[in-house]
Design a protein around this ligand. Structure first.
Ligand code: DGP
Length: 112
């Protein structure tokens, strides 16, 4: 499958990893929108939020169980934002489920 994030998981494309275990990987976004901009992804290929089911949702819970520690470790000491883009209207550019962690500064209120 021609998926950039699957290639990052396999080590075929380099990334700056900040957390990894058997189910998930977190790495720095190549185009940071904030001082801290990390992507957290499942190692299992799930295309987007639309692909989350009762069969695979445990990995999503696992991601959220680890997000506070990842955010803290990366320097989000005063809060952070978690975002996932799903589909064309949201401008999802990589079709592998990922959660952006943004922080390290006071973020703008407007998200729309
Ligand atoms: P989204 O628009 O939600 O699909 O965001 C995809 C993000 O992935 C975007 O912020 C840039 C990042 N990205 C794309 N390709 C690469 C890559 O090869 N390496 C890293 N570290 N990030 C990437």
């Amino acid at each position: 499958m021609d998926c950039i994030f699957c290639k990052i998981i396999k080590g075929e494309i380099p990334s700056t990893k900040v957390y990894e275990d058997e189910k998930i990987l977190a790495f720095k976004d190549i185009n940071p929108m904030a001082p801290v901009h990390v992507l957290v992804i499942p190692k299992e290929h799930i295309p987007s939020c639309d692909g989350i089911t009762a069969q695979n949702s445990a990995v999503v819970a696992h991601i959220f169980e680890n997000i506070p520690e990842i955010a803290k470790k990366c320097g989000c000491t005063n809060g952070y934002r978690v975002i996932t883009n799903c589909g064309d209207d949201a401008k999802q550019s990589v079709k592998h489920l990922h959660f952006h962690i943004l922080g390290g500064k006071s973020l703008p209120e407007n998200m729309g």
